[in-house]
Design a protein around this ligand. Structure first.
Ligand SMILES: Cc1cc2nc3c(=O)[nH]c(=O)nc-3n(C[C@H](O)[C@H](O)[C@H](O)COP(=O)(O)OP(=O)(O)OC[C@H]3O[C@@H](n4cnc5c(N)ncnc54)[C@H](O)[C@@H]3O)c2cc1C
Length: 383
């Protein structure tokens, strides 16, 4: 493992792009795909993915070591490659047919395509199984009509993991189908939504008589809920491995900022404040605990193939911790944090705005608590 770590460190040192990642627009797509392509060409993509689909067939532990070195090297955020690498790909590995794996997995690793996730709808976010976008079988196609919302990077995506209702008469967790949608299909309209940072990151997606081959159904027709649960367990568990490592680095950076930063009366640094020092120490300890939890999740995946409901513990802890880190940063950086344009404090104000997503996306903190209560602790059902 140490040899692997050293090789990863050396490669990253030599290859991390020197130009920063663009903040939005098609340039983001080009940047992310070019960086993914570079990793693939040099054998650093899909470390735990099967070799026959372009991966290296190593363990999730090696994948985790890669993420640790990746964060240490300050390599760019995975960005638009996130859905393909972190949960569409793993779902296809776990649940796709051989033909689907052969078709969809290599282009993800090669950096040829961007994937997005079409799960949420207006009125069906936390209560995902109430989704109403419908699909009817017509010959060897599904014909899709309806709307999705909050679809991150839909305007830049080539493929989508899409949940549709194929049997409106069935109980709500049945009659759902998980299907791969080609985003260039006629009848798809994408409308970007501006987020709190002023970026057009996520979108509304409208479907009018969109024809999708039945061959794109992953799992069985009407049995998509169980496939969606696989996707969500990857999204809540292993998908955040790199972000957790990155959060640890952010805490160390914040400690440095606290040591250097003068408070508003310029008499002392934030580091001289006992309370702030205690909070920074607590954050450092909590990130270490989260990393240990993450190792436990990775070991579970190695045993069972999927992170399971315990992934909600990782997701919830990561979200709450992210909010605490950037909340404290606001205090330490002080008024400068209010200036979204100033460098280097801009990093902390943008991070603060972004921290709200960590307790909403992939299921809100309330939903994660309910899952932990019911499915991990065995408490009585919420409703
Ligand atoms: C940055 C970002 C990116 C996203 N990207 C995508 C994406 O790419 N694809 C995609 O499909 N979706 C995406 N989402 C959507 C995300 O999955 C939903 O926002 C999330 O599941 C919550 O659903 P909702 O917004 O409909 O809120 P609601 O479900 O309406 O919830 C509103 C509030 O009520 C609470 N609540 C609801 N039900 C319960 C309950 N049973 N018990 C206790 N409290 C409850 C919630 O916790 C929340 O506080 C993204 C969201 C964000 C913030």
């Amino acid at each position: 493992m140490e040899e692997f770590r050293q090789a990863a460190r050396a490669w990253l040192r030599a290859n991390v792009p020197s130009e920063p990642r663009p903040e939005f627009g098609p340039a983001v797509r080009e940047y992310d795909l070019a960086w993914q392509r570079k990793q693939y060409e040099d054998g650093w993509a899909g470390i735990a993915w099967p070799r026959e689909y372009g991966g290296r067939d190593l363990s999730l532990m090696e994948q985790l070591v890669w993420y640790e070195e990746y964060a240490r090297a300050e390599a760019p955020h995975v960005g638009t490659a996130f859905v393909g690498l972190a949960h569409a790909g793993p779902t296809l590995i776990a649940r796709g047919s051989d033909a689907q794996k052969a078709e969809y997995l290599p282009p993800i690793l090669r950096g040829d395509v961007v994937w997005c996730q079409g799960f949420s709808e207006p009125g069906s976010g936390s209560d995902l199984a109430s989704l109403r976008t419908r699909a009817e079988i017509d010959g060897d196609h599904l014909v899709v009509n309806g709307q999705k919302i909050w679809t991150s990077y839909a305007q830049l995506a080539d493929r989508q993991e899409l949940l549709v209702r194929t049997d409106p008469t069935a109980p709500k967790h049945r009659g759902i189908t998980w299907v791969v949608c080609d985003m260039s299909s006629p009848g798809i309209e994408v409308r970007p939504i501006r987020n709190i940072r002023g970026e057009e990151e996520y979108c509304e997606v409208f479907y009018t008589d969109v024809r999708i081959p039945l061959a794109n159904v992953v799992g069985e027709i009407d049995d998509g809920w169980s496939v969606a649960m696989s996707t969500l367990s990857f999204e809540r568990g292993t998908a955040f491995m790199s972000d957790i490592v990155e959060l640890g680095r952010t805490v160390e950076e914040l400690i440095q900022v606290a040591k250097e930063k003068r408070s508003w009366n310029a008499a002392a640094s934030a580091w001289d404040d006992d309370r702030i020092r205690c909070e920074l120490a607590a954050l450092r300890a909590d990130v270490a605990a989260l990393r240990a939890l993450n190792y436990a999740t990775v070991s579970r995946v190695a045993r069972t193939g999927s992170p399971g409901p315990e992934s909600s513990i990782v997701r919830l802890s990561f979200g709450l911790l992210t909010q605490r880190v950037f909340g404290l940063a606001q205090e330490i950086v002080g008024d400068a944090a209010l200036d979204g344009g100033a460098q280097p404090d801009r990093r902390w104000s943008l991070g603060y705005l972004n921290s709200f997503r960590a307790v909403i996306a992939a299921g809100t903190k309330d939903i994660q608590r309910t899952i932990i209560g019911e499915r991990v602790l065995g408490l009585p059902k919420d409703r």
